[in-house]
Design a protein around this ligand. Structure first.
Ligand code: ADP
Length: 649
């Protein structure tokens, strides 16, 4: 490329997104400046891991030096703090690529997520995410990076004040391969020169980092002894570096496991559950330490892009961060470490896919996580409900995905639902629902909507309530997909109660009624043709006069609202629904009488439209023409009050 051996600094621009990010970091983001150190130490440890991994197949890259170390070098006089590693280093092109753009897709997602309400409400999520290297600018007015790639070539110096430009210059690095990140500290960040403060931060955020984090400390000998005032440099290792996941459960104090979890996940809270696994003597040997987070993390917002929260080690060597081969995607909220002694150390990342050893690890881990959840469900109800409120959507996703898979029934049994038989905030399970079904009830009923409040008084529920049949109230955005992909549970099919009525239960009396209503229904069908696909009598209504139902195969009203909100509504006009009228309702009977007396009475259409609009309101949708609705309603009020309406339509 353009790497000429000139010592002139070359000025370059940050990419736009990065400018935005830096601006946010410097001006508004972090209340906890200290986390920059966590990010830099983590980068240094990654750089060491990368080199160590490469050395498994090509030991020459080490050049004989594998004394891994991350050094913190505070300089009181220069007011700088340097984080030094002897890892893989970066070439000039890599420096430009990694420190001049946002390479990480996660950072882009982060910027997008910043705009979302959830991040605003929970600022700790931002700390959980971490913005890596750029966090340095929270504490530094200028950052210098000097790096020498393990692949050889010239060392390079990168420098920036975070204001939109940076320079790169050829440089020397007497220490050889590795990277120095030097922060020229802001005035209000002088605390990061203090050794006790650095010690405290490392303990808090980086204690389990596997490589030693060493503080090069210039000690001023105190007191009046002969050597007072003499400066001596001492090295002090700050982190305990335990591979805590290799220890047996009884040797790990819960508080240590929690501290490990926090470092791993950047979460501020303790996990809801810790799972120690030691698989020995079976088909595959491994140890794992897994955590179920108490709160839903940022991963939820990064969506399906992230597929795992579990790091894969082989005998303490990190092989892959967030390894997708050890858990199914729906368990991506589980955090932790798995260390598998049965894999060769030099396993390549490519061959991790379809690796039979990992397939066994995966099935074992999945089983253990599901078992833990089952135990919580059965033994710690409150804790399970709290867990489910945060992470239930993952289990629903799993139930939907595992179509026909062996874990499907198990996952379905882990789901919690509100129903017409539960109080708000209380839940039932499919198993309990089926156990409570009446002998004559063939199907599991459900109704999908935006919130319990909006659907629990729905006219659709009236007949079920009267028959004493429970209806599941599904209010999660994912529920519609879940219900349609779950399809059935224990041979009982799941059916939405707002679908067209399948059965025609016509007794003699009902037949007579149908005949009497036929002229009105034909008239209304004609007059409401632009809005309703059909107008017919309903047997499902008890108290309400009218309801709208989706024809078989049509999209439900809830789904349509969701699509409209996602901006997909414009592509196709909403499917017309069927207007069902309750023949036993006085309002409907009154319209019939009006039509029978004078088929041309304009009030027939006006009142028919009122019935239609009230059904639209009842299902939680918006009426197309609110002012026309108000006019018709007002006319009806005037008539009811005994005066003569101004206009009938
Ligand atoms: P992340 O580490 O999450 O990918 P960063 O912004 O912290 O994001 O770093 C961007 C990239 O810069 C890293 O992915 C890595 O390739 C490189 N990098 C950062 N610090 C170092 C270092 N100490 N040694 C080698 N490469 C580094």
């Amino acid at each position: 490329m353009t790497a000429t051996a000139t010592a002139e600094p070359q000025k370059m621009q940050f990419k736009t997104e990065l400018k935005q990010l830096l601006d946010l970091i410097i001006h508004s983001l972090y209340t906890k400046k200290e986390i920059f150190l966590r990010e830099l130490i983590s980068n240094a440890a990654d750089a060491i891991d990368k080199l160590r991994f490469e050395a498994l197949t090509n030991p020459d890259v080490l050049g004989g030096n594998s004394d891994w170390q991350i050094r913190l070098i505070p300089d009181e006089k220069a007011k700088t703090l340097t984080v030094r590693d002897n890892g893989i280093g970066m070439s000039r092109d890599q420096v430009v690529e990694h420190l001049g753009t946002i390479a990480k897709s996660g950072t882009k997602a982060f910027l997008e997520n910043l705009k979302q309400a959830e991040t605003k409400d929970r600022p700790e999520l931002i700390g959980q995410f971490g913005v890596g290297f750029y966090a340095s600018f929270m504490a530094a007015e200028r950052v210098t990076v000097v790096s020498q790639s393990a692949a050889g070539g010239e060392a390079v110096r990168w420098e920036s004040d975070g204001q939109g430009e940076y320079t790169v210059t050829p440089a020397e690095r007497p220490e050889g391969r590795g990277t120095d990140v030097t922060l020229h500290l802001r005035e209000d960040a002088a605390e990061f020169l203090s050794s006790w403060r650095l010690r405290e931060i490392v303990k808090k955020y980086s204690d389990f980092i596997e490589h030693p984090v060493v503080l090069a400390e210039a000690k001023e000998a105190a007191g009046e002894a002969a050597d007072a005032g003499k400066t001596e440099v001492k090295d002090e290792s700050l982190n305990s570096r335990q591979a805590i996941w290799l220890k047996s459960k009884s040797d790990v104090k819960p508080e240590d496991a929690n501290a490990f979890y926090k470092q791993l996940s950047h979460d501020y809270d303790d996990p809801a559950k810790t799972i120690h696994i030691s698989a020995e003597g079976g088909a595959v040997e491994f140890k794992a330490l897994l955590f179920l987070p108490a709160k839903r993390g940022l991963d939820w917002m990064s969506g399906p892009e992230k597929k795992s929260g579990i790091d894969l080690y082989v005998r303490r060597v990190l092989i892959q961060h967030e390894c997708e081969e050890v858990v199914p995607p729906y368990l991506r909220f589980v955090k932790g470490v798995v260390d598998c002694a049965d894999l060769p150390l030099n396993v390549s990342r490519e061959t991790l896919q379809h690796n039979p050893v990992l397939a066994k690890v995966k099935s074992n881990l999945t089983n253990r996580v599901l078992k833990t959840l089952e135990e919580m469900r059965d033994g710690e109800r409150d804790a399970y409900v709290a867990f489910f409120k945060e992470h239930g959507q993952y289990l629903k996703e799993g139930t939907a995905q595992e179509w026909g898979g062996k874990e499907k029934e198990r996952l379905a049994d882990l789901l919690l639902f509100e129903s017409t038989n539960t109080k708000p905030g209380e839940y039932t399970t499919l198993e309990k629902y089926v156990a409570g079904m009446k002998a004559e009830q063939k199907e599991i009923h459900y109704l999908v909507g935006e919130s319990r409040g909006m659907i629990e008084h729905s006219p659709y529920l009236e007949a079920f309530r009267e028959r004493g049949e429970e209806v599941l109230l599904l209010v999660d955005p994912i529920d519609e997909f879940l219900a349609s992909s779950l399809h059935s549970y224990k041979d009982k099919s799941l059916t939405a109660v707002d679908r067209a009525e399948a059965k025609s239960d016509e007794t003699d009396e009902q037949k007579k009624q149908a005949e009497a209503y036929a002229p009105l229904l034909t008239a209304l069908k004609d007059k409401l043709a632009t809005d309703a696909a059909d107008v017919r009598l309903s047997r499902r209504l008890k108290e309400s006069a009218a309801v709208l139902v989706a024809g078989e195969g049509a999209m439900s009203a809830h789904m349509e609202r969701l699509m409209a909100r996602m901006g997909r509504g414009g592509e196709a006009p909403p499917a017309k629904r069927v207007l069902e009228l309750n023949p036993d309702h006085p309002a409907v009977a009154a319209v019939k009488a009006l039509h029978a007396a004078d088929a041309a009475d304009p009030r027939v259409e006006a009142l028919g439209r009122l019935l239609y609009d009230q059904a639209v309101i009842a299902e939680g949708s918006r009426i197309a023409d609110p002012s026309a609705f108000a006019r018709r309603l007002n006319d009806a009020i005037v008539t009811a009050a005994g005066a003569v309406p101004v206009a009938a339509k």
